[in-house]
Design a protein around this ligand. Structure first.
Ligand SMILES: [Zn+2]
Length: 203
């Protein structure tokens, strides 16, 4: 018969074994452990020795927090895209209203609700490097007329050849040139190279 291993004082990831605290309901030895974060946990000794348990649970919680934080960032960028879309279609004092709202470009009723727009974006391949593209520029913003495209796809799409969307604003290269003060030849050159849009429009 093997002697139970003494784990007292031994470290397993963030956990340090303090003392044995009997068996769990399957008869496995358990140890009271102290975690670096200040919590205590009761862990089966084999989970410690095999490396299956390396914290009181705080490592897993931190991963969830990090994931939610990234999720939050995505939401933030999407929120700006959503706001920009609503503003240029619905706010006559917005600088781009004349090219959108004034020309009858609308945001569909469903997408006036950010949560619904967000759900569509996530289900349709949205990533941080993409912009929203209207497939038919004579129609508005709705699930059947929109898609997510990378800046490069958008610039090389014949139909939208001269339209580039950046920071939720869509203009022709000539308009972008006027707005940014960068020569349109230079903008076109940068777009062809597939540069990040923030760099394309960098003075
Ligand atoms: Zn912990």
């Amino acid at each position: 018969m093997t002697r139970p291993i003494d784990l007292t004082g031994k470290r397993f990831g963030r956990l340090v074994a303090i003392k044995p605290v009997g068996n769990d309901k399957h008869g496995s030895k358990q140890w009271l452990c102290e975690c670096d974060c200040g919590n205590t946990a009761i862990v089966v000794s084999s989970s410690l020795t095999k490396g299956n348990t390396r914290s009181c649970g705080c490592i897993a919680s931190e991963k969830i927090v990090a994931r939610n934080y990234r999720h939050g960032l995505r939401r933030t960028r999407l929120y700006h895209i959503h706001q920009g879309m609503k503003q240029r279609c619905g706010n006559p004092s917005h600088s781009s209203y004349k090219d959108y709202g004034a020309k009858g470009v609308k945001v569909c009723d469903e997408w006036k609700d950010f949560e619904k727009f967000y759900a569509w974006a996530m289900a349709n391949g949205y990533t941080e490097s993409m912009t929203i593209d209207r497939i038919d520029n004579s129609h508005g913003y709705s699930p059947d007329n929109c898609r997510w495209v990378s800046a490069f796809d958008q610039a090389s799409n014949k139909k939208n050849n001269h339209n580039v969307t950046w920071n939720g604003e869509t203009h022709t290269l000539a308009e972008w040139s006027r707005i940014t003060g960068i020569r349109s030849e230079l903008l076109r050159y940068r777009l062809r190279r597939g540069m990040d849009l923030n760099l394309v429009f960098k003075k």
